[in-house]
Design a protein around this ligand. Structure first.
Ligand SMILES: C[S@@+](CC[C@H](N)C(=O)[O-])C[C@H]1O[C@@H](n2cnc3c(N)ncnc32)[C@H](O)[C@@H]1O
Ligand SMILES: *[C@@H]1O[C@H](CO)[C@@H](O)[C@H](O)[C@H]1NC(C)=O
Ligand SMILES: *[C@@H]1O[C@H](CO)[C@@H](O)[C@H](O)[C@H]1NC(C)=O
Ligand SMILES: *[C@@H]1O[C@H](CO)[C@@H](O)[C@H](O)[C@H]1NC(C)=O
Ligand SMILES: *[C@@H]1O[C@H](CO)[C@@H](O)[C@H](O)[C@H]1NC(C)=O
Length: 418
């Protein structure tokens, strides 16, 4: 459990790059006696959503590099929770790494850390896969070592917790010595949650370089995915964001009863589903690269900030017609005329996941409700948490795509503090 300086003391948490407060929700879920003393983000839209849900938290709507050492010292925090911007590290990005101006603020934090009057006991960092091989990561590790932290790195996805959504992310936990973690640490990146009690680790817990050997397991869950049919078209287009190893993992997920079905995360009834249906034009253009899942599937691909805006690799879409087999719709698809294709595709009744459904997959609590985008809100006794009404659908997708899985982070916070 936590070790407060004096009994009854609340742990003070600094939330950097706070966005819509995914870290804050995770902290709440972890049940640690703690409060966020400051949340820092430059995005005014994200800050509005944050303020809407955590009206009592102090938000600093400025750049992190604009906060002085004296100000940081004044926050007097015991823990940092942070998810620095990830573009510099993603494989799709330019991979400029530390030269990228967007990472200046992160390097500033690393510079600051040794100068703090009271270095925080705990640090949790979230980032995309790819960070683990970046120069920024090496600088982070070096700083932590110099400052006397023990640390553990992870690559974890919500699927490990039975959630049907792939969101493989890098995490780092650091704890100021002499305090030690409740689990054994390794210099390798762990791909599983460690056990507090067990000291043994199987070799499968470690990160491996996934072989892109091209071997592909044929599967036949035709109501769940059209991957087999589609992947013959062009594998490189299909899963730009993921390795073939991940793709194989995804396919076996539909057959894995320890992962929940998508239907557990869907809204029961959409008041107005029209904003979520995919236009015929987009359908025609992107049919073969869409990742289509049905309510009985046990997987979905990572929802990114471009969801609802760009079609390629931004997240799965939902097949709402339960009686139509995906494989049949795509049968001899290439030889069809455009009209025929459209007729076939229309049968699937494809739609985007709603922001609430993505929030469900991310583990946002039920109180993170929202004003429906198009509903006429006639009478509201007290403001509902979630998204303020004026936040557009695109903005909601964008903010959620930048956020994180709350259950994964909550579990990590518990592991770090225990
Ligand atoms: C990956 S998102 C973090 C999202 C957050 N964890 C959540 O749950 O919504 C990165 C955030 O960092 C913010 N950001 C980027 N550079 C910043 C800087 N120099 N100072 C403050 N905030 C910054 C962006 O506005 C964005 O909201
Ligand atoms: C099923 O999913 C769980 C949780 O991700 C995982 O631990 C397990 O290995 C999977 N089983 C199979 C057969 O893939
Ligand atoms: C999948 O099912 C179809 C039709 O039921 C069948 O023709 C095909 O051979 C199956 N593919 C595999 C790999 O089992
Ligand atoms: C799915 O699981 C069942 C039962 O565990 C097994 O018999 C079947 O071969 C699996 N199918 C695939 C495609 O993995
Ligand atoms: C797909 O769904 C249809 C209708 O619900 C059903 O008849 C069919 O057996 C399902 N196919 C598979 C492979 O589960």
């Amino acid at each position: 459990m936590m070790e407060p300086d004096t009994p009854g003391d609340m742990m003070k948490v600094l939330e950097l790059y706070s966005g819509i407060g995914g870290m804050h929700y995770a902290l709440k879920e972890s049940c640690i006696f703690a409060e966020v003393v400051a949340a820092v983000d430059i995005n005014t839209v994200a800050n509005e959503v944050y303020k809407h849900n955590f009206p009592n938290t102090c938000i600093y709507p400025k750049t992190i590099e604009g906060i002085t050492l004296a100000e940081f010292n004044k926050f007097d925090f015991d823990m940092i929770l942070m998810s620095p911007p990830c573009q510099p590290f993603t494989r799709l990005g330019a991979q400029k790494d530390v030269l990228d101006s967007r990472i200046k603020s992160f390097l500033y934090i690393l510079d600051l850390l040794p100068s703090l009057i009271k270095p925080p006991k705990y640090i949790l960092l979230e980032n995309v896969k790819g960070f683990e091989t970046s120069v920024a990561r090496d600088k982070l590790i070096q700083t932590l070592k110099n400052c006397g932290y023990s640390y553990q790195e992870f690559l974890l996805s919500p699927t490990l917790l039975g959630i049907p959504n792939s969101r493989l992310r890098y995490f780092l936990l650091a704890k100021l010595q002499p305090d030690a973690f409740c689990f054994q640490t390794f210099s390798q990146v762990l791909e599983q949650f460690p056990d507090c009690d067990s000291v043994e680790m199987t070799s499968s817990s470690f990160s491996r370089v996934l072989s892109a050997d091209g071997s592909k397991k044929e599967e036949n869950n035709s109501n769940c995915s059209a991957n087999e049919i589609i992947s013959k078209e062009d594998e490189t287009v299909l899963y730009k964001l993921e390795t073939l190893g991940h793709m194989k993992r995804k396919q076996s997920q539909d057959n894995n009863s320890s992962i929940q079905m998508i239907q557990n995360f869907l809204e029961e009834q959409l008041e107005d589903p029209s904003p979520y249906f995919i236009s015929p034009k987009s359908l025609l253009r992107y049919a073969l690269i869409l990742d289509i899942v049905g309510p009985t599937c046990r997987r979905s691909v990572c929802f990114t900030k471009g969801y609802g805006c760009y079609m390629e690799g931004t997240g799965s879409v939902l097949k709402t017609a339960s009686d139509v087999e995906l494989a049949l719709v795509f049968l001899s698809f290439e030889t069809m005329s455009e009209d025929e294709k459209l007729t076939q595709l229309a049968k699937l009744k494809l739609r985007y996941f709603t922001p609430r459904e993505i929030a469900n997959l991310h583990g946002f609590p039920p109180e993170f409700t929202y004003y429906p985008v198009h509903a006429e809100v006639t009478f509201i006794e007290s403001p509902l948490p979630g998204f303020p009404e004026k936040i557009s659908l695109k903005q909601r997708y964008r903010l959620l795509g930048n956020s994180l899985n709350i259950h994964v982070v909550a579990k990590l916070i518990k592991l770090m503090v225990d």
